[in-house]
Unconditional design. Structure first.
Length: 700
């Protein structure tokens, strides 16, 4: 029985989430006149979503199990703040049926579907069984309750390799493995089950036939309490890295009116079959022949919902709130029109050159883009700390245009005008994705990154021209800095001495021996930068030295720079003596001048020292002192940012000392163990790398 509208009225909303989605929900709620309440962990006390809210309640320590995933702490925050409704956002408790029940039992309106619908569609096995009953096309697979190894081996052989192992209770790429043959299956089941238990509290798994090179196409559905169910068109989310979406767009580039009608009808039927209410997403795989198969249903708002908002003109959060109030949908299917095209990218704090390992630390500068057809949903500001405890996505940037190509070009330009300094990010990688010919032509499938982009996921060599530009910009910054503090100093005399024009050396810390760069001023805002026998002419005709984006003191420069006559628009920041961040020509550099910083070689480096690549929980150490290891062997498992990361040896040798034990938190660069390198004829780097055992991200 539906709840009556008069029973659903509320005037305050607690957002049980953090980051950009919490801020996004609050903006709409406040525009509708609702009082907003934020919750935050100790680590998020100064976060942007906390500052945006009308009220805020601290709910515990940084680990999510003690804060954002603790139902009782959330409910206690609602009682303390006088909240009348709860919006779960996405991720965390958004697809937890027990949380929805607990909210309603506490007299709070849960802005989402019923607990029963969440439970049903949150279990991939049960959801698939229900969809088969409803006549919705499904991928061949195994979704029964017997979880024994023998059964999985038998069923995988019946389905036929390759197969996908998936967590029945999860999403977002976690608890998911692609298995090419029978020999890989046992290990894949162990890793997927462990990751699923950690992320979702359930180790139940299913198998599905791996459909090669499909498109991932999802339909946004909406249902009210009065029996109306509609869809708001589709999104193409095919550009994925290890099953985690990276780029999303609406509409799908290969969609036809006839196919949209068939897929939309299947999505609506999926929602109707479970008595759905509110916003949801029905996901399909679309093969090259135009056949489609039900993948899963997400019973919440999606990360990529802005592209649907851009092409429909609807505010999905507003629709969620009105539906939760008991109001009927104000539109029907015939009213839904898609206009133009929108493309979204997810900006992550991660290092593409290190297999997309999450990057943590302080944001020196966050400079988001603006302009026609550009939207930014961000959860950071300059000075924010990127914590190892939470998801690595820090912002979403969306481009809109009357055509797909216009939307793509606007987004590419917006990314070029975006700066995220202080931590590594995937900004440059995203720009390469958008510029790729296959993507530009609308031909990307779920195999796109593996087939087209694997070669550009590592750092490109830093060119002499870019280093020269950095040296000249850093020199120019330092010259203006000291000139502003000088008394009665003539600009014409800057850089001059009685012995002639001064030349300033810069020696940057690079992966290769770049040698010394020497900057000599040759005129007003003109410099010669010499490196060995080569000289690069750099001119900086214009800059804005104070670019701030929030109340913090962080500032940078938007610089027009000419390098050997070629013009670039760059963004630069010198956060401290000897260091410079530079975004130029689609590349982001962070350079450290060893001379100015007084740096010396790190004598402690090397010797087979295996250190933690980031802050996290050391789940397992699989070697002991005296064990022999070979390059590539798994030696430890670290859990950080909601994912498991395998740490592997990069040298052959013998484990000399194990310094840490499993079950403890370790900091970034903290020593875990030491390996004594085996004697060889050539030297091998004494380091260790972390390989991603899965992917991070919201349950998207």
């Amino acid at each position: 029985m539906s709840r009556m509208s008069s029973m659903n009225r509320f005037g305050s909303i607690l957002v049980a989430n953090r980051g950009e989605i919490a801020a996004r929900v609050m903006r709409t709620a406040r525009s509708m006149g609702y009082r907003t309440i934020a919750v935050h962990s100790e680590a998020d006390r100064g976060a942007p979503h906390v500052k945006l809210a009308d009220d805020a309640v601290e709910i515990g320590p940084a680990p999510v199990s003690e804060s954002y995933l603790d139902i009782e702490r959330i409910l206690d925050a609602a009682r303390q703040s006088g909240a009348e409704a709860v919006h779960p956002g996405y991720g965390f408790l958004s697809e937890n049926g027990d949380f929805a029940r607990a909210c309603e039992a506490a007299g709070l309106v849960f802005i989402g579907p019923t607990a029963d619908a969440i439970d049903l569609m949150g279990n991939k096995a049960e959801a698939k069984r229900r969809m088969i009953e409803a006549g919705v096309p499904c991928v061949p697979g195994y979704e029964e309750t017997d979880q024994s190894l023998d059964v999985f081996v038998r069923e995988a052989a019946r389905i036929g390799y390759p197969v996908m192992v998936k967590a029945a209770a999860g999403g977002g790429g976690r608890g998911m493995r692609l298995v090419a043959d029978a020999g890989e299956l046992p290990d894949a089941l162990v890793m997927a089950r462990a990751e699923a238990e950690s992320a979702f509290g359930s180790g139940e798994l299913i198998l599905e036939k791996a459909i090669e090179r499909p498109r991932h196409v999802e339909f946004q559905v909406f249902a009210d309490e009065h029996g109306a169910t509609i869809h708001l068109g589709e999104r193409d989310c095919s550009v994925q890295r290890r099953h985690q979406k990276v780029v999303e767009e609406a509409p799908c580039p290969v969609m036809t009116p006839e196919l949209r009608e068939r897929m939309g009808a299947a999505a609506v039927e999926a929602a109707r079959a479970i008595g759905y209410r509110g916003a949801g997403t029905v996901e399909f795989l679309l093969d090259e022949n135009g056949d489609f198969y039900f993948l899963e249903m997400n019973t919440r708002l999606q990360v990529e919902h802005p592209v649907t908002e851009m092409v429909t003109g609807l505010d999905l959060v507003e629709m969620q709130i009105r539906t939760a109030q008991g109001e009927p949908l104000v539109i029907d299917q015939s009213d839904v029109e898609l206009s133009g095209h929108a493309v979204e990218v997810r900006l992550y704090a991660e290092d593409p050159s290190a297999d997309f390992l999450p990057s943590t630390g302080i944001v020196d500068l966050w400079l988001p883009p603006s302009g026609d057809g550009v939207r930014v949903d961000a959860g950071i500001e300059s000075g924010s700390e990127i914590s190892p405890f939470y998801d690595a996505m820090v912002a979403k940037i969306i481009g809109y245009g009357e055509t797909r190509d216009l939307a793509r070009r606007r987004l590419l330009d917006a990314l070029e005008r975006t700066a995220l300094f202080g931590v590594r990010s995937n900004r440059d990688f995203l720009m390469k994705v958008l510029a790729n010919d296959c993507f530009a032509a609308g031909g990307a499938t779920t195999a796109f990154i593996a087939e087209e982009m694997s070669a550009v996921a590592s750092d490109a060599p830093v060119t002499r021209e870019r280093i020269a530009a950095a040296a000249a910009i850093q020199y120019d910054h330092e010259r203006r800095h000291w000139a502003s503090r000088a008394v009665h100093a003539s600009p014409e005399l800057m850089g001059w001495s009685s012995s002639g024009i001064l030349t300033t050396p810069y020696q940057y810390e690079l992966s290769s021996d770049a040698g010394e760069f020497r900057v000599t001023p040759t005129g007003v805002n003109q410099y010669d930068v010499t490196h060995g026998p080569a000289t690069t002419r750099v001119e900086i005709p214009a800059c804005t030295p104070e670019v701030t984006t929030d109340a913090s003191s962080a500032c940078g420069q938007v610089v027009e720079v000419h390098v050997d006559g070629k013009g670039y628009r760059a963004i630069a920041m010198v956060p401290e003596a000897g260091r410079i961040h530079l975004s130029i020509d689609g590349e982001t550099l962070t350079l450290r001048n060893l001379i100015a910083a007084g740096a010396e070689e790190d004598e402690a480096a090397g010797g087979g020292r295996v250190t933690a690549p980031m802050h996290g929980m050391l789940l397992e150490i699989v070697v002991r002192s005296g064990d022999s290891v070979r390059k590539g062997d798994r030696i430890a498992v670290l859990e950080a940012m909601k994912m498991r990361h395998e740490i592997t040896a990069e040298i052959d040798g013998t484990v000399r000392t194990v310094h840490r034990e499993a079950g403890v938190q370790v900091g970034a660069d903290e020593l875990i163990l030491e390996i004594e390198e085996a004697t060889t004829d050539t030297d091998t780097p004494d380091t260790a790398t972390a390989e991603r055992a899965g992917d991070q991200g919201e349950n998207a």
